[in-house]
Design a protein around this ligand. Structure first.
Ligand code: ATP
Ligand code: MG
Length: 418
């Protein structure tokens, strides 16, 4: 026997036992996207590396160390997409989707980041995202937050809370950045190594540090909220008041900065208390400059990305049992002639919307019935020589609805639905 090959580290198989959770979540997400009038967009998994370097920012975790980037045999620098907002904007600009119009888009699919695998953090993972492109006002920010709230409700997950902040305009951020660097430089020796390195390259990201020493210093650091200009302040207070009137609870968190460079103005995260360290299930905000930076006309935009593995984990963690529709029929045949006759009959039943598993091959009745039982099917159909000669099939309820009975082929559906 040759050696077994394993899957790539951090890239998981999704086995049948988990599939019902995924199908349920995917269905809820599609329905909710439709309820808010968002249209689906699917972009390729591979993009030019430059797209992400230029959109997400060179000094970010994703670009510095998490991308699966390579030179292909044609000498092009390509990258497995680590996120999808940059791709959506690239596609929209490329196909003129944003010209003189406002666009609501959603996407769902695998993303790739070369992170240290752990619970809630994988190298291939799935995101669902909604992007509202072309609206400058707070309504769009709140619309995507409301969609988030509706998603938690539809999934039946309770322990999820909204945190938000404003990063203001470029000008606000430049002034705040200077004040923050000034303050942190005074405490340089007490900062952790990562934060020291970021002091020059990406100081706002230090606010996100989990290091206890750094966190202590951050307690007295200047906060961005004191540096917002009037326009940014107005926008943010409108977001808050629209959330108030929609009865969505939220917490303003002045240390919330997000890791990606393209964010401006509103940023937000939905967090849960249930998943340990990987507690952010959805993150987003405005990216008013990105369309223009990707070669389009200046177009305001906002959206979010939701980590679907974390949603599955949350569903399981909160013990949400799914109602899984059982198989209707397990079809048992006792000889070759019956086996042949069973095929067209099974097709007719499937035409009527029933789910039918054929046993395949002719085995002992007892062992076939055992398989039928394990499958969870509601009925076994049993076809042997005696039944076949009379044009009958035995309908055997497996969950105790009524006694077995012989039924003419054409009446099976009626008996099962009765
Ligand atoms: P984190 O701080 O957890 O690394 P992030 O800031 O890198 O998150 P985003 O790029 O904003 O996350 O992605 C949005 C969401 O996608 C996250 O909130 C999370 O739910 C999910 N996500 C991100 N990276 C991973 C991963 N490696 N594995 C599973 N889910 C992920
Ligand atoms: Mg990350």
């Amino acid at each position: 026997m040759s050696a077994k090959l394993q899957s790539v580290k951090g890239m998981n198989d999704l086995l049948p036992a988990q599939s019902p959770y995924w199908q349920f979540i995917e269905q809820v997400l599609r329905e909710i996207a439709a309820a808010y009038a968002y249209d689906e967009i699917r972009t390729p998994v591979l993009e030019k590396t430059a797209l992400f370097v230029q959109s997400i920012g060179e000094q970010t975790d994703i670009v510095e160390k998490e991308m699966f980037a390579f030179e292909d045999t044609g000498g092009e620098f390509l990258c497995m997409r680590p996120e999808c907002t940059a791709s959506v904007v690239r596609a929209g600009v490329q196909h003129g989707l944003f010209h003189n119009t406002q666009t609501r888009l959603w996407y769902m699919g695998p993303m790739f980041r070369r992170e240290r695998p752990q619970k809630g953090r994988y190298r291939q993972f799935s995101q669902f995202g909604m992007e509202a492109i072309g609206w400058p006002g707070a309504e769009a920010d709140v619309e995507v937050m409301l969609a988030g709230a509706r998603i938690w409700k539809a999934l039946g997950v309770k322990d999820v809370h909204l945190y938000l902040n404003s990063l203001g305009s470029d000008a606000c951020r430049v002034r705040y950045r200077a004040a923050l660097v000034d303050y942190l430089a005074q405490h340089f020796d007490a900062l952790d190594a990562d934060s020291r390195r970021r002091l020059d390259s990406n100081p706002l990201r230090i606010l996100d540090s989990k290091n206890p020493g750094t966190r202590l210093i951050l307690e007295n650091a200047p906060v961005i909220n004191d540096y917002l200009d009037d326009v940014s302040n107005d926008h943010f207070s409108q977001v808050c008041s629209l959330l108030d009137s929609a009865d969505i609870a939220y917490t303003i968190d002045s240390s919330l900065v997000r890791g990606l460079d393209y964010y401006t103005s509103t940023v937000f995260e939905w967090k849960t208390g249930k998943l340990g360290a990987q507690n952010t299930v959805c993150a987003g905000g405005r990216y008013d400059d990105l369309v223009e930076r990707r070669g389009g006309r200046s177009t305001p935009a906002c959206g979010f990305a939701m980590g679907m593995e974390r949603l599955v984990e949350l569903l399981i963690e909160e013990n949400n049992t799914l109602e899984i529709k059982p198989l209707d029929i397990w079809f048992i045949t006792l000889d070759d002639a019956a086996n042949n006759a069973a095929f067209p009959l099974a097709e007719t039943l499937r035409d009527s919307g029933l789910t039918v598993a054929m046993n395949h091959g002719v085995g002992k009745l007892k062992s076939q019935l055992k398989k039928a039982d394990v499958s969870g099917a509601k009925f076994a159909l049993i076809l042997g020589q005696a039944e076949l000669e009379q044009g009958l099939v035995q309908v055997k309820p497996l969950r105790g609805q009524f006694e077995s009975q012989d039924v003419v082929f054409g009446n099976v559906l009626d008996v099962i639905n009765s």
